[in-house]
Design a protein around this ligand. Structure first.
Ligand SMILES: N=c1c2ncn([C@@H]3O[C@H](COP(=O)(O)OP(=O)(O)OP(=O)(O)O)[C@@H](O)[C@H]3O)c2ncn1[C@@H]1O[C@H](COP(=O)(O)O)[C@@H](O)[C@H]1O
Length: 98
């Protein structure tokens, strides 16, 4: 992961944390934190998007693979935030595997 990619992910996580704290009415992220299904709303999204990613990979559709991957990364970061975790938890786990 180069510095630019890392900065994009860090910035996205910061936006997610902000939406969790401020819960704006027009925010999709905020709607996940207040969803009546609770964390199941995010878990269902991750399941759906993973299936979509598998189908895109089977079709060798690079545009769709990138789209679904981005959806998964976003919802994964929302899940980490929902669990009270930090992006550093993910970074540390990845770094340990190097
Ligand atoms: N990265 C994302 C992001 N990725 C996906 N989504 C939303 O997740 C939802 C996914 O829904 P779907 O499963 O139907 O996916 P889809 O892409 O619409 O359709 P498919 O092709 O996957 O079936 C859509 O409503 C997307 O808008 C996101 N919503 C927000 N963000 C980021 O979060 C920031 C804050 O957004 P708000 O909270 O809305 O202010 C934004 O600036 C973005 O940077």
């Amino acid at each position: 992961m180069n510095d630019d990619t890392e900065a994009v992910i860090d910035d996205l996580f910061a936006v997610i944390e902000d939406r969790k704290a401020t819960l704006p009415d027009d925010s999709y992220t905020a709607s996940l934190f207040t969803h009546e299904k609770g964390e199941n709303a995010v878990l269902e999204k991750l399941g759906e998007e993973t299936t979509e990613l598998v189908l895109a990979a089977k079709d060798d559709d690079h545009e769709e693979i990138a789209h679904e991957s981005a959806d998964i990364v976003y919802h994964l970061l929302v899940l980490l935030s929902m669990k009270g975790m930090d992006i550093e938890d993910l970074r540390a786990e990845l770094a340990e595997r190097r």
